[in-house]
Ligand binder design. Structure first.
Ligand code: NAP
Length: 288
């Protein structure tokens, strides 16, 4: 019997990982492109991350996604970092290069932007200010991507002002304006895009309290929370006639660069994938 083609191996490293949608995404692409491969969710405790990143490539793994609580620690464990991961200060994708070196990348920001541009192709980065709620890990990546895309002004609004100030200091860009959390509804005036990058609105968290009255009707409203798929913020925005963007799209598009490496094909975020990960969920209908 001829030998089967070698399996391409990739994995998510995190703790916990049982809830993750990443195996569904990557295994869908392996199947769709008929590439012999498997993507696993590996529960790796903090103390074991260095050992896992040293051993798994030697066992044939071509790369990893890295999630809580490893995104910062992975920065120190890889051999090289791309410019975005360095600026964001976190790694979400580790690629095993041909020479065995580990390249740390952060694809959350490009995933967000790809999702936004696909769902709302009429949105123009340079047209109007953006309001970004949050200054945590995801917000950092999104802030970098929006600034790189050419937004004229980034209004950063976070509950703890010190964290927003730290992000602004790290990114050192004169287009960033910090607005206090108390004044968040006023910050919406004249904006072309509102992004919720806090965990508010997520299952198990409080709802985001935000008065949308000052937001121009044409402004796009994006939520990066994806459980529930259509958040209360997106429902309220839709009721006011805003184009909306669901958080699930960011999750799907941030996976593309990793699969391009370990699958060898730039994969498409297709309808089948949406229905696989959404599980027939309550879509906000953001895909035009
Ligand atoms: N769609 C995707 O692909 C994707 C990717 C990554 C993350 N996410 C989602 O994005 C959310 C944030 O993730 P993260 O990794 O950035 O988390 P994180 O680093 O823990 O940051 C959490 C953010 O939410 C804010 N926040 C939390 N509770 C709050 C409250 N009661 N009132 C006001 N602000 C509050 C925090 O403000 P403080 O700084 O004041 O604490 C901070 O800005 C999560 O829901 C996560 O599931 C989605």
């Amino acid at each position: 019997m001829p030998h089967a083609a070698p399996q391409r191996l990739a994995a998510l490293l995190g703790d916990p990982v049982h809830h993750s949608l990443s195996p569904r995404i990557h295994n869908h692409w392996f199947a769709r492109y008929r590439i012999p491969g498997i993507y696993l969710a590996l529960r790796v405790a903090e103390r074991d991350l260095a050992a896992a990143l040293a051993l798994l490539p030697r066992l044939g793994f071509l790369g990893f996604n890295v999630t809580m609580p490893h995104k910062q620690r992975a920065l120190e464990l890889v051999d090289r970092l791309d410019a975005v991961a360095r600026r964001v200060g976190a790694v979400n994708t580790v690629l095993v290069m041909e020479d065995g070196a580990l390249l740390g990348r952060n694809t959350d920001g490009e995933g967000f932007l790809a999702s936004l541009k696909t769902a709302r192709p009429a949105w123009r980065a340079d047209a109007a200010p953006v309001v970004l709620l949050g200054a945590g890990g995801a917000a950092r990546a999104i802030a970098c991507a929006l600034l790189d895309a050419g937004v004229p002004e980034l209004r950063l609004v976070n509950r703890s002002r010190a964290r927003a100030e730290a992000l602004a200091a790290d990114l050192a860009d004169s287009r960033i304006r910090i607005t206090s959390w108390r004044e968040r509804s006023k910050a919406l005036s004249g904006a072309g895009l509102l992004v919720n990058a806090t965990s508010l609105g997520m299952h198990g968290c409080a709802e985001l309290e935000l008065d949308l009255d000052a937001l121009p009707r044409a402004a796009v409203v994006a939520d990066i929370v994806y459980a529930p798929r259509c958040t209360a913020l997106l429902r309220r925005a839709q009721a006011r006639g805003h184009p909306v963007v669901e958080g699930l799209g960011m999750l799907l598009y941030q996976a593309v660069p990793g699969f391009a490496h370990w699958g060898g094909v730039v994969p498409e975020v297709d309808e089948r994938l949406w229905s696989l990960v959404a599980g027939g969920g309550d879509s906000g209908g953001n895909r035009g």
